[in-house]
Design a protein around this ligand. Sequence first.
Ligand SMILES: Nc1nc2c(ncn2[C@@H]2O[C@H](COP(=O)(O)OP(=O)(O)OP(=O)(O)O)[C@@H](O)[C@H]2O)c(=O)[nH]1
Ligand SMILES: [Mg+2]
Length: 440
Amino acid sequence: MSDVIAAIATASGEGAVAIVKISGSGADKVASQLFFRENFEFSAAEPNKLYLGTVRAGRVEDKAFAVIFRAPKSYTGEDVVELQLHGGRVVAEAVLEAAVSFGARPAEPGEFTKRAYLNGKMSLSEAEGVEAIILADSEAEAVAAYRALGGELDRTIRLAGDILVEAAAMTDVALDYPEEMADEEKPQILGSLNEVKGILNSLIGTERDRKLVTDGISVVLSGLVNAGKSSLMNAICGAERAIVTEYAGTTRDVLRERLEINGIKVTLSDTAGIREGAEGAEKIGIARAEEAYKGADLVLFVMDGTEPEGEEEIALYRKISVKPNIRVLNKSDESKYPREADIIVSAVTGENLSALREMIAEKAGLKKGINPPLIRERGLHAAITALKAVEEAITALGRETPDCVAVDIKEALERLYSITGEDAKESVVEEIFARFCVGK
Ligand SMILES: Nc1nc2c(ncn2[C@@H]2O[C@H](COP(=O)(O)OP(=O)(O)OP(=O)(O)O)[C@@H](O)[C@H]2O)c(=O)[nH]1
Ligand SMILES: [Mg+2]
């Protein structure tokens, strides 16, 4: 039986409410020395119901709510008591300290979720979804994390696993009657292996989207001098970040700003306008600008609609067009020289800027609605090794004896189940939960 653990579950600092969680068999005994209410005993308390009372921890007292969740119907699968106190550091810390003096142990980072996993309340990939939702700092990331947390990844893995188990069973039959494998089982086994290969390929294929979700994309404003890049930077950020003047060659350094565009994390960079014959600091700025657009995921090629399209602009676009890009014709409010563009905007009036935001999100490849469940680095690596094993099984099926095929299928299965943790090694489990914050 596991010991009783306790932790402050809420973030430190001032806040309306602070929560102390106590989990384990005997959590109610610890809590009963902290929380008091007339005619109330935890042993007789109705689960999942809030009781208003008083907490006493040494000299500190507070009005508080207490709730008890009875095993196995709790987050950890054990008896859990939560004490909802007034926010701030002092009361919560006093209550935690008192809980420890009454026999609880301070929880390690992620220990509540680790217990939930060990007690079969959630899989490893769901637990990683919990971690990801806490760490999420964009809407898209939170949505993807919730899908992992909701078990979507588990269902995919289980489906692939079931097909592999069936293929392994067929290989087993062939082990007893090797001469029959060629005619009867082979095409079936091959069909199953190809099916799993397809599932894994699409899972790994979502990696780009996953990286978009977690890392965000880098978008660089580029173009000739005075096109209005800095003005667009400010308009998109909604703040006066970059210096704007009517003089050509204003921006020198690369100016980066992190923001969220339609739920996607974006690092937007303003760069020096590119022109021939620049000297000194401007020349260095242009070299940095070129470096920046070369490394971008998406380039916004900004053109000045009040100037005619010249050779210099055409030549620059030719260089930039090898990158994913959007041709933005700026200054629509005063535009005199229309030309081919993907979108016509005005940094000054704000015309079409929300359409530009949509276009950035779409070009980034993350259309609204497409949001694969989050698969953390560990899971992705396992999926790639599982795929390799499946491919080896397919090759072995054509050339080798059934026992070689069976070995490869077993390897694939082990890798797959390591994603959900059905057969995860202890060390992996330790490593995952150590990354969590205390109290989760
Ligand atoms: N009418 C109008 N003027 C604009 C618009 N956008 C920018 N400008 C003007 O164009 C001039 C240059 O704007 P910047 O934003 O500094 O242009 P830039 O591309 O960053 O210029 P460099 O940093 O020198 O390469 C300024 O006088 C702006 O006020 C627009 O949408 N409409
Ligand atoms: Mg500028």
